[in-house]
Design a protein around this ligand. Sequence first.
Ligand SMILES: Cc1ncc(COP(=O)(O)O)c(C=O)c1O
Length: 391
Amino acid sequence: MKTNQNSLDIFCAEKINTLEKGASFRTLKTTHRVADAKSRQAGKSLISFSCNDYLGLSHHPTILEKANEAARLYGAGAAASRLITGNYPLLENLEKKLAKLKNTQACLVFGSGFLANIGLIPSLAGADDLILVDELAHACLNSGARLSGAKIIRFKHNDCDDLENHLKAQRPSFSKCLILTDTVFSMDGDLAPLPTLRDVANRHNSWLITDDAHGIGVVGAGRGGGFAFDPPIEADVQMGTLSKALGSYGGYVCGSQKLIDLLVNRARSFVYSTGLPPMSTAAALTALEIIEQDPTLVDKPLAYAKRFCERVGLPAPQSPIVPVIFGDNDTVMAVSEKLADDGFLVSAIRPPTVPENTARLRIAFNACHKSSDIDRLADLVCEAKKEYGIE
Ligand SMILES: Cc1ncc(COP(=O)(O)O)c(C=O)c1O
């Protein structure tokens, strides 16, 4: 049969070549994650500092039991979109729990955090609108913004003056305006300045939309980034994921009942995609119950991050994510490989996931780590920084 495989492969090879030249070609590594933040990669047993399962809940025995029970009751998959027959009872329980946690009227669960953002943003903005997005915000906020067809401006990271200058210059020319930010930045671990962002959004008649993927379960007493401030800051829309501290999979949007009613009808990634598998829903629901029952659990990852930063001489962290920037792609790969030889899984993160010349180790602390692991890793990181002359 005649196909066009040849020209397709030539196209792919040219693209790959460019990536290889920039030392940013990536390949998949099979990883066997087990309980207690341990993983096996390429035959090595490693203590993982690269999982977003901050509370170690993805292997919690009660969660696994409840997930299995949900599969037995409702099936391995939802079998249809939620507007057809995929709206099994557990989903509504989870949505009620998330809305209560986030202090909103309502919540809608999506197939993933990525799907939530690419459904949410185009439901709220179109060609006549303006979207301002923090330059370090997650890729899926940017993808959602692009899909909307609105004018997009990326403001300087956590810089409310830059944001306000753009608003002064541009806001009058557009109908609606959305301000998008992570609450906890996924590659830097810093918090967004939500009190000032709230104030700027109010003064410029704009909707503040926060992505709390890395906040829920680990900051603000487990309620997320908005609750890390006193008084807590309410965004107009609070989205997030079930796939990190909750140890499951899926995404959510919390907000007013009217917003959720609109999304049920208009968010294409909700309307035209199969409901979340029952196992994932049950796992997230049980994770939220465990967090409620043991509030001390949520403090552990940040406490470990603080211990590490003190030992390495880094500024105090605001979340369990700590970046150690080496800059050069090859250097950070070599450091990550050396750490693996010493029994630690610490992934190297390179552009385009992070800005050029900021290749880094992204260290994610976990409630299951031991103090002795933290101290050993800190000492190895200090040695690597010294070896490569990093301040
Ligand atoms: C800030 C942020 N938002 C959204 C997502 C996407 O969430 P999910 O993995 O559920 O698609 C991620 C995950 O990588 C993230 O870090």
